[in-house]
Design a binder for this molecule. Sequence first.
Ligand code: ADP
Ligand code: MG
Length: 355
Amino acid sequence: MKGVSKAYGEIEAVKKINLQIAAGEFLTFLGPSGCGKTTALRMLAGFETPTMGTVFIDGEDMSDKAAHHRPVNMVFQSYALFPHLTVGQNIAYGLKQQRPKLARSLINEKVGRALETVRLADFKNRRIWEMSGGQQQRVALARAIVNEPKLLLLDEPLAALDRKLRKEMQIELQDLQRQLGITFVLVTHDQEEALSLSDRVCVMRAGEIVQIGTPRDLYDNPQSRYVADFVGTSNFFEGDITAIHDVKVQINLQDGQAYEATLGDDLAVGTRACLSIRPEQIRLSKMEIPGALKVTVQNQIFLGEHTEYLVRHDKLGNIAVLSPRQADADADTLNKGDAAWVQWATEAALVLSNI
Ligand code: ADP
Ligand code: MG
């Protein structure tokens, strides 16, 4: 996508997206509802025309190519299956429209292979309304891969499934992509789904890409508060940058104290920024530690392997802490109202853009 924008009247749904997706890659557009994910996907599919910019597929300019002439298929959130047709007929539907006509034996062979790929070989003659939600999703997938597209677009394909089924289908989707080697572009607002499936995630905000990276990279090196918040959870403290030496930075927080931290984005001294610390990077102690912050325990939730604490600092406010079981022996006996101390490593405290 080269400088691709889409405006609907006053609304700029997508703003100048520049993005190169590699062949065979599993890429995800992640962002809240209304940030332009579907619009971006529909421009790849050819269902929408960019107001500006160009979509290329396999090096070829797609500007004059209608959707049905692109080597692309799309799976919709609603599946868009024909309820009165059988599973086999649904999958064969697109193949039967092709001109020149395909031989019936070839269509049968392709349908059979697609059904096997999604593990529905025995369901060819069932009606759609006889299939469960997860099975219907697999039919929709089979229909989308049956004519071997170069690019498969998936718009929140698992959103209608319950949590357990969604987990299973996530694994199947990933297997399917590896098996077929097709480029997948997925749209989701579910960060867990994005992180677990994708080679790279493209985090979107108000029509723009704010950061692209591998799931690990986005989690460990977010550049903005927005990304740190959307990919995982974090504690945020606003402040002013007072000094920068290489990646070491000093930030003044609301308590009037200067904190040593690590620069996460390209920011200058004097900038209003945000200190971000992941809950699992904070150590909570019942004993006073010199240099640590004194807090009061507000709440604790036992989660088995971990315990989640909410503690409160006089001036900085609430701080979430996630303690693994083995590190928790000392904190185990902390109760609401108790005094405690929190600390973190400078490397785990990132100074980010405050967007
Ligand atoms: P997402 O898929 O991330 O939820 P969309 O791409 O559907 O977001 O929408 C992005 C923005 O464009 C929203 O503000 C939406 O209301 C607007 N939009 C999408 N499609 C149309 C359309 N056909 N006409 C007018 N506005 C649209
Ligand atoms: Mg959408």
